[in-house]
Unconditional design. Structure first.
Length: 133
């Protein structure tokens, strides 16, 4: 399980699509079934939106810590009780295909925070526009 998956599991409910693996492919039809018309595929269900800001704000209030999760990837990871070490952030950068210099941790951290917020938004999270690209 990757670091991004761990972030998703801490924010999205277990039943949310972002926490489920890819759906198993349908088995190939056998020859007799192949001649019958296929039933219409159901319309994809709308992904439930999860208010990321509300969840993280509540977590921060419950923790009693002064963490700046809105702009700091380190504080976001701490708030979610995940490893915020430089090595963990470098692993997250590799997972998200960071092409910059991982020795420049300040630039990498800014990029990581934006990418995580973008990924949360792309997977059904309601994320304020100022926290995304």
């Amino acid at each position: 399980m990757g670091i991004l998956s761990n972030i998703f599991s801490k924010i999205f409910p277990k039943s949310h699509a972002a926490n489920k693996g890819p759906a198993a492919p349908a088995p190939a039809p056998t020859a007799p079934q192949a001649q019958q018309p296929a039933p219409a595929a159901p319309a994809p269900a709308a992904m439930d939106q999860v208010d990321v800001e509300e969840i993280l704000t509540a977590k921060q209030q419950a923790s009693g810590q002064q963490l700046n999760w809105r702009s700091s990837i380190v504080d976001l990871l701490k708030l979610l009780d995940l490893d915020s070490s430089l090595q963990a952030r470098k692993e997250l950068a590799a997972e998200l295909h960071y092409s910059g210099d991982t020795s420049d941790s300040a630039s990498m951290n800014i990029w990581l925070h934006k990418q995580v917020m973008n990924k949360l938004a792309a997977n059904g999270g309601k994320v304020p526009a100022d926290l995304r690209d």
